[in-house]
Design a protein around this ligand. Structure first.
Ligand code: PBG
Length: 325
């Protein structure tokens, strides 16, 4: 036998030397929920170990993220009041805008991305303006652009539109440029599937649609080429980073997108993936630590270079312990 694959698997030092996929903390992004109110840190029932923070209590989490070496956060706002047109999303005194102003003051060395969408702010829970029972694409664009500008004015370092309206990257790019924010990057949730993996998030953010579903704007999970089309189109519209979401069940798409676009690709391991790991670990069916490492490595192996995950802080610690990276 000339070829013996096991030669390179003999011990940990060697295995690490020949490792094909490497990752580090600088590529981790932690999704964080901020809500109205004071002195609140409340656990999200469907996401054990994840919390909603009022602005005055956010710093505890930001501090521990920073200590762990996770410097990037994506913020999701949970307003008290919602209306038909989601006005809280683009209110300069909205929850995300105020959270940004507070966070940027105390954590100027961290990086704040904001999720740009309407669903947390609309009374009907859809990601845009309604026209009858459907979401109207073109009138929503204006509000998304307004939301993005208002986030950046409040201190957002990067905006991440997640609404899945057509043409929103271009609309946001134009609006940012007109306001002088030519250097603010856009990370587009370009390849976002209509997925049941988002349900714990909707519970966390109170953003489940009050009727129907999101299938007229988010993608059908039977489709692959359409994902490539979405990615290419968003790059053309000015997206600086392309995201694929969810992660675990969509790594084939991640690989294809990575191979075809010339911008960094991010993958979002979503709330349902987190909840499944937590539940299975609690039931004693799996080893959480090992599964989280395996999921993370798979995402990077698929080619993505940025990883948005509720496990970000844990993963940073696993990296410190040499379990991953
Ligand atoms: C807003 C948004 C959602 C998620 C990110 N941004 C929910 C949705 O589209 O229904 C999901 C994130 C997660 O499940 O962790 N549109």
């Amino acid at each position: 036998m000339i070829q013996r694959a096991r030669r390179l698997r003999q011990n940990e030092i060697l295995r690490k030397m020949v490792r094909e996929t490497r990752m580090d903390k600088s590529s981790l992004v932690y999704p964080m929920f901020v809500r109205e109110g004071e002195n609140i840190v409340e656990e999200i029932p469907s996401m054990e170990g994840q919390f909603r923070y009022s602005i005055d209590r956010m710093s505890e989490k930001l501090e521990s993220l920073k200590k762990a070496g996770v410097k990037s956060v994506i913020l999701f706002g949970i307003p008290d009041v919602k209306d038909e047109v989601g006005s809280g999303a683009y209110d300069d005194d909205g929850i995300v805008q105020r959270a940004l102003r507070a966070a940027k003051k105390d954590f100027s060395d961290m990086y704040f991305i904001t999720d740009v969408c309407m669903c947390e702010y609309t009374s009907h829970g859809h990601c845009g303006l309604l026209c009858g029972h459907d979401v109207d694409n073109d009138s929503t664009l204006e509000l998304l652009a307004k939301t993005a500008v208002s986030h950046v004015k409040a201190g957002a370092d990067m905006v991440a539109p997640s609404d899945m309206m057509d043409g929103r990257v271009l609309a946001i790019r134009n609006a940012l440029d007109e306001n002088g924010f030519t250097n603010t990057p856009i990370m587009s949730y370009a390849v976002k599937y209509a997925s049941s993996f988002y349900s714990p998030f909707r519970d966390a953010a109170g953003s489940a649609p009050s009727f129907g579903d999101r299938k007229s704007y988010q993608m059908d999970y039977h489709n692959r080429k359409e994902g490539i089309k979405e990615a290419l189109q968003d790059v053309e519209e000015g997206a600086d980073i392309i995201m694929v979401k969810p992660a675990m069940s969509y790594l084939d798409i991640v690989r294809e997108v990575v191979d075809i676009v010339d911008v960094p690709v991010a993958t979002y391991s979503v709330s349902g993936e987190y909840a499944m790991v937590k539940a299975a670990a609690k039931a004693g069916c799996i080893d959480e630590e090992k599964i989280v490492c395996e999921m993370a490595a798979a995402t990077y192996r698929a080619g993505s270079s940025i990883y948005l995950t509720y496990f970000a802080e844990q993963i940073a610690e696993y990296m410190d312990r040499g379990l991953l990276g």
